[in-house]
Ligand binder design. Structure first.
Ligand code: ATP
Length: 507
């Protein structure tokens, strides 16, 4: 899996998906730039989300709020006082870690041991193996499971209570060593606020202190009434937004999984008090279905209920994806109660209530939120799509190819138009003609450099679903060869039919 991760990162750079930021100055830690194919894939992800949320729901509308917000917003939301991560330093390596992540990694190691025992037993018992039975009776597995559960509950309690001493004690008790140096000499655990701050114009000091938003959600809450009234929405309804968010993460590794500047796609769904549980279940199912519609399956997606709830939530679950470094949060679904609107109402002194004609009363609505990182979605789409496989080489043997099996809706280029030879003006001008027509309908690429086999490989590597080859016969029969990226099947299609043939398959 480690190799897979390295290969994906290398692939991203070679094929213009993602570059380290400011690379000529040796980069800036945990900051990345999206290249020509990356920006297309990223835009397609955003479009898929926006369409499924806004276009497909009459009762969800979008906004695009500013990144800067009044500083009181972050006081009201709790971010100034409570948006902290527990930080710990290793005295020997001088490396800094998140204490909760160290404990989570310790738990993941126990889980790996359990899985190893199960894999061994499955091999030993063959078809007769009953995993559930083995888990509930095998002494060694039960021992590991008990250790895991003890750590899970203790971590949840320490996080909920903000108990930094116990966080430290856990690291001592579980004999957690620095992954870098192997040393167990740790500092105390301290709180670290994750918000970036900056200064407003020429106003000095605390007065002019502004924050870069750590989530897009607050831009939605403060606009709740503006949107509800102008869009004439009735509860239940939602507000969706895609935009940048910033967090001064203590450790930002794992490529685009954890960045300091990233993008979120969030939707706040405003509901009547008492109905939040039903809507929470509704959005859990809807969001899972969205991931499944883009190729997700039971083997790479799972729900994970939060053990320690954030100060604003009465229920919270993560949709986790099996990244190359294990199952991790891809999206969060949170029942945020009326916390945010009530806080803003109190601090701003402005009423943020809705008059419900059916109930004949005014109330502060409850909120169910769905929140996903665009960049994490990007990494999950790449992880799922990246495939190395043997294919026939056309000479009776086989050769290896790297192909991105992206859903067509996400692929950066949908169709590549390839004249068989570049120095035959009849072929190139027909290919150009086809390109000029098709580009009005779908994102296309015209490519004439290199042998046709190499061009196919390059298009496979960026995930182009269809390659259209213009050959000598095309000049006589007005037909082209269309090659399917996944099945490698080649169809001969009349040029007049090409557009409808492709639309049907790409739709
Ligand atoms: P984590 O536990 O991984 O730090 P979180 O629980 O703090 O994540 P949320 O506050 O729920 O994350 O944010 C919603 C979504 O935003 C996450 O599911 C994730 O996809 C994305 N996200 C959060 N932090 C980052 C980051 N530093 N880099 C990239 N994406 C992020």
């Amino acid at each position: 899996m480690e190799d897979l991760f390295k290969n994906i990162i290398g692939h991203c750079k070679t094929y213009g998906f993602i570059f380290p930021s400011s690379e000529i100055y040796d980069g800036l830690s945990a900051t990345y730039d999206y290249g020509p194919n990356g920006v297309e894939l990223k835009n397609n992800i955003k479009q898929a989300w926006w369409k499924s949320m806004v276009q497909m729901h009459a009762n969800i509308v979008g906004i695009d709020a500013a990144i800067f917000m009044h500083p009181q917003v972050w006081k009201a939301s709790g971010h100034v006082d409570a948006f902290n991560d527990p930080l710990i330093d290793n005295k020997q390596s001088k490396k800094r870690y998140r204490a909760d992540v160290l404990v989570e990694d310790y738990m993941a190691k126990i889980e790996a041991k359990i899985n190893k025992e199960i894999a061994k037993a499955a091999k030993r018992f063959g078809d007769a193996f009953d995993e559930a039975e083995y888990r509930s009776t095998n002494g060694r597995v039960l021992g590991y499971a008990a250790k895991h559960e003890e750590a899970r509950l203790r971590l949840a309690k320490a996080m909920t209570d903000g108990d930094l001493e116990d966080m430290h004690q856990m690291i001592v008790d579980y004999e957690i060593a620095c992954p870098e140096s192997g040393s167990r000499e740790w500092t105390e655990v301290r709180q670290f606020n994750l918000m970036f701050s900056t200064q407003l114009g020429a106003v000095a000091g605390e007065e002019g202190k502004l924050y870069l938003r750590p989530e897009t959600a607050q831009g939605i809450f403060v606009n709740f009434l503006n949107v509800q009234k102008s869009a004439r929405q009735k509860i239940p309804f939602g507000i969706a937004q895609i935009g940048k968010a910033f967090r001064n993460e203590i450790i930002a590794r794992q490529f685009i999984f954890r960045m300091r500047e990233f993008e979120q796609m969030e939707m706040q769904f405003f509901v009547a008090p008492g109905t939040q549980e039903q809507w929470y279940e509704h959005w859990k199912a809807e969001r899972l279905a969205w991931h499944q519609s883009l190729g997700g399956s039971d083997t790479d997606l799972r729900f994970h209920d939060h053990d320690n709830l954030a100060h604003y939530a009465d229920a919270a679950v993560d949709i986790e994806f099996k990244f190359p470094f294990g199952f991790k949060e891809l999206e969060g679904i949170h029942s945020r109660t009326d916390f945010d609107l009530t806080q803003h109402q109190e601090l701003s002194g402005k009423k943020l209530q809705y008059f419900d004609p059916e109930r004949d009363e005014s109330y502060v609505p409850y909120v169910v939120e769905t929140s996903i990182g665009v960049d994490r979605m990007f990494l999950s789409a790449l992880t799922r799509a990246y495939t190395v496989e043997e294919v026939p080489d056309g000479k009776g043997g086989s050769s290896e190819r790297i192909v991105l099996k992206l859903p067509p809706s996400l692929a950066p280029v949908k169709v590549a138009i390839l004249p068989l030879l570049k120095n035959n003006s009849d072929l190139t001008s027909l290919a150009h003609q086809i390109y000029d027509e098709l580009k009005l309908q779908v994102p296309c690429e015209y490519e004439e450099k290199d042998a046709i086999g190499r061009r196919y490989r390059r298009q496979d590597a960026i995930g182009t679903p269809y390659c259209v080859t213009v050959d000598h016969d095309s000049l006589d029969d007005n037909s082209v060869t269309v090659r399917d990226r996944d099945s490698l099947q080649q169809d001969r299609i009349a040029i007049s039919q090409l557009s409808s043939y492709l639309q049907e398959r790409l739709g």
